[in-house]
Design a protein around this ligand. Sequence first.
Ligand code: ATP
Length: 361
Amino acid sequence: MTNGMGNKSVVLQDVRKSYGNLQVVHGIDLTIAEGEFVVFVGPSGCGKSTLLRMIAGLEDVTDGEVEIKGRIVTDLDPSERGIAMVFQSYALYPHMSVRDNLAFGLKMARTNAAEIETRVKAASAILKIDHLLDRRPGQLSGGQRQRVAIGRAIVRKPDVFLFDEPLSNLDAELRVSMRIEIARLHRELGNTMIYVTHDQTEAMTLADKIVVLRDGRVEQAGTPREIYENPSNTFVAGFIGSPRMNLLNARWGEGGLVEVAGTRIESGLPPVNRPVGAAVTLGLRPEHLKVASGLSGSLTARVDFSEYLGGTQYLYCQLADGQSLTVEHRSPISIAAGEQVNLLFESSDCRLFDEGGNRLR
Ligand SMILES: Nc1ncnc2c1ncn2[C@@H]1O[C@H](COP(=O)(O)OP(=O)(O)OP(=O)(O)O)[C@@H](O)[C@H]1O
């Protein structure tokens, strides 16, 4: 359910953040629609938590405006913004029962007792923690604690939920199930949700829109499919996708051909406006490379390492000029290290980037 999708929920206008002379967020513009699930993703230190905390009001905005539901909230306290935040560390009160943890914020806001009871009941039913209400946080598992932390956000009926790496403290299996829980919660509640993670699987699976950040700037914003299939630069191409996209040094040749490792290949691109001989980067995802049975492949590589994962095998290869290349090989016939392989791919799966790393179309 995406209530009123289309209306603006959160708008950032040229938002900047500096610590002293050091600017860490450089003029971010972003519009988030009502009901949208937006994920901020990027490497450590790219500014995703700082951006989220500026939306929450936990961090001052050095320059620019934050708007939530049509109101400029840049100088308002967190409690006045209509947001609720869920932290990685859960931030529960250890000496209080789960029930009191859930009710605490509402009590502070002088909500009447009957209303508190109704909301606590509803939230604990949604999160399936009804049976834990009399326990203390110390008597809960990590996953249960994170449910309580999410419940505490739900009872406040915020316009916008903010999540700061909420699953990072959980083990791999629990992360997967909590990720699905959060997706379900979004479907049931229909609220705008903004979620920070460095885990690209979380970003791909949860987001309506992914915002890829680097060094305090937006590298690309788009649906998971747009980001994956049409990365606008080599940074995004290499960041989203596992194993990562192969990014090969190549040269632009005559008539739409690209020369890589001494081989001329069809790039599938119209003869873009590049001088012949210009350096380009050829992007090819590991799953788009197929091992050819005969000698018909367009690239030849030697397998240095192979990893068997059951349904698939990763082949870590080397091209004639020493560049490395990963192939995702799905076949009952395994390939061993040391073998020579001929690789086939569709020219429509080639992505090409200029010297500056920007996508050529
Ligand atoms: N109080 C502070 N004083 C100075 N610099 C800071 C402060 N807080 C954060 N920074 C810097 O701002 C940048 C952005 O930090 P932020 O925590 O937002 O990154 P992040 O993308 O969330 O990283 P991570 O994934 O590691 O949490 C970093 O370079 C960080 O060193």
